[in-house]
Design a protein. Structure first.
Length: 84
């Protein structure tokens, strides 16, 4: 049973700096208990990757993960979440 204060969210990530991949993967590992699924798509012609992370967590956790990911060099994020 899910806690009532959680939301389903999707974090879209674009990685343009390969040196940030290890730190990004560590963050996702740290938050693995909240992650429902992950899809990564390389874009070799532009030398970047597009990653989507679906998660179930409280708003503070969603914001913390998105903020930490977006703070990495060459990493951009955008988050959308359910209303409830």
């Amino acid at each position: 049973m899910m806690k009532e204060d959680t939301r389903t969210a999707l974090i879209g990530i674009i990685v343009e700096e390969e040196d940030s991949v290890e730190a990004l993967n560590q963050l996702l590992h740290d938050y693995r208990g909240h992650i429902i699924g992950r899809m990564g798509v390389p874009h070799p012609h532009k030398e970047l990757s597009v990653i989507s992370i679906a998660l179930e967590a409280d708003q503070d956790t969603i914001s913390a993960l998105s903020g930490k990911l977006g703070a990495l060099k060459g990493v951009s994020t955008k988050t959308i979440d359910s209303k409830n």
